[in-house]
Design a protein around this ligand. Structure first.
Ligand SMILES: [Zn+2]
Length: 454
């Protein structure tokens, strides 16, 4: 399969470390941090002998989804230290999964651009695995939506008989996923009814899936790798330097979307927000926007047009680092580079630069907060976490947000625009929260609250 792409997924599924990714292209200007893969538990999937790097990447992605589901399977009973541990371990998995999906999507799009003779057998091979491999559990397939959507996107303009045939199959597969998601979502709604209501019955489909996962996947090593004492978030370097939403006026909410722009989901979310007249913040990862070449010139990527579109539509955009590194571990020049590269890329996109910065995973100490000051940037965190990256069930994500809002009464809500979850949750949440008297506000480029005009 070496003809597929300049990317080679080197996957050693036994013994961990299966996310190592090798580039043949020149490295980007900022090196991603050392992989956290040594913390991954031993995979519950048998090694694949086909030596197909794309299939290996899909299996790795599935394994990460399985681990995330198990981490939060007992979310309701997780408290204090246990919850902090699950969140920390989840962030590590999420970090690996983001990198993997980023590279996988690039490789899939390259595959789609190839001649039918090379492309079609590989795509059929991947679809065959996703549709019918006996090692897969039914609800595992919830992990495949993004891959199917990317393939569909990659084949969009292909009107050959072969291309149309593949697209028909992708549409069928996505239909199957819709039905699967609908059944597990409907089950959630039936059991929980709504925020604050006592559960009626059990989530049978979901609980059976979790029970099957527990027999296949262990998260003990993953949890054991998380240090016991978590550093408590430090106080800001100067008062007012950091916003987290907890001091907003009563019943005021600010939506934020991290990790984009994404070729499929950013515009889907933008369209929902525009239709509902809801302002929002988008925190962009610099490497999605472009690179700086050896001569120091910025080269914007085609995805940067999505960011420009957000700005033109009236949304405020902020800096979310260049590689999405855990910046609490960075100091000096590497830290400055993570901040500066994205700062410069945003300055190169008309109207996109703001003073807003969001630390990946919210990970920062006084050192990193101080570094922001040199760039005249302001840290914006959140107090309402949707955990949309860990939960494939839209109603469950919506319920989590509603429950947290019921406690907090105000705040900044964290979503992501790199998968389809937020786009499914917003149409449930926005009308419901408005009916409860909440107002959706925005922040301006300096971080000042902007309430909607009455
Ligand atoms: Zn992020």
């Amino acid at each position: 399969m070496s003809q597929l792409a300049p990317l080679l997924f080197a996957s050693a599924l036994v013994g961990g470390g299966f996310l190592a990714l090798h580039h043949r292209q020149p490295p980007p200007p900022v090196q991603p941090p050392a992989s956290l893969t040594s913390t991954l538990a031993s995979p519950g999937l048998a090694p694949d002998n086909s030596s197909d790097p794309l299939l290996e990447a899909l299996r790795s992605d599935l394994h990460l989804q399985r681990q995330l589901i198990l981490l939060f399977a007992d979310e309701g009973s997780l408290k204090g230290k246990d919850l902090a541990r699950a969140l920390e371990a989840g962030h590590r998995l999420h970090h690996d999964r983001r990198d993997l999906v980023h590279q996988l999507n690039g490789a899939l799009l390259k595959l789609c651009a190839q001649a039918s003779a090379q492309r079609d057998p590989e795509i059929r091979h991947l679809l065959g695995w996703m549709e019918g491999d006996p090692e897969l559990l039914d609800l595992d397939r919830l992990a495949f939506r993004d891959t199917l959507r990317i393939l569909q996107h990659g084949l969009l303009k292909d009107v050959t008989a072969e291309g149309l045939g593949l697209k028909a199959r992708l549409t069928r597969d996505l239909g199957t996923l819709d039905r699967l998601e609908h059944s597990v979502d409907a089950e959630y709604r039936k059991v929980f009814g709504g925020a604050g209501q006592a559960p009626l019955g059990r989530r049978e489909l979901w609980e059976a899936y979790v029970a099957q996962l527990r027999r296949r996947v262990s998260i003990q090593e993953l949890l054991a790798a998380v240090p016991e004492a978590q550093p408590a978030p430090t106080s800001p370097a100067r008062p007012g330097a950091e916003l987290d939403g907890s001091h907003l006026p009563d019943k005021v909410l600010v939506l934020s979307f991290d990790d984009g722009p994404h070729r499929l989901y950013t515009e889907e979310i933008e369209a929902i927000l525009l239709k509902e007249h809801v302002p929002a913040l988008f925190f962009e990862v610099g490497r999605n926007l472009g690179t700086e070449n050896a001569a120091g010139q910025l080269q914007l990527s085609h995805l940067s047009a999505l960011t420009e579109g957000l700005v033109q539509a009236g949304f405020v955009v902020g800096n979310h680092s260049y590689t999405h590194a855990q910046l609490s571990k960075e100091t000096g020049a590497p830290l400055d580079l993570e901040i500066r590269e994205t700062d410069q890329l945003l300055r190169a996109i008309p109207g996109a630069h703001s003073q807003l910065f969001r630390f990946p995973y919210g990970a920062r100490t006084a050192v990193q907060l101080k570094a922001l000051e040199a760039f005249q940037l302001r840290s914006v965190l959140w107090n309402i976490d949707s955990l949309d990256w860990a939960d494939p069930v839209p109603s469950s994500v919506a319920d989590r947000v509603l429950k947290t809002i019921a406690q907090e009464k105000r705040g900044i809500i964290l979503f992501h625009d790199i998968h389809d979850r937020a786009g499914k949750v917003l149409p449930i949440l926005i009308p419901k929260l408005r009916a409860e008297g909440y107002t959706f506000a925005g922040l301006d480029a300096e971080g000042n609250l902007r309430l909607p005009k009455p």
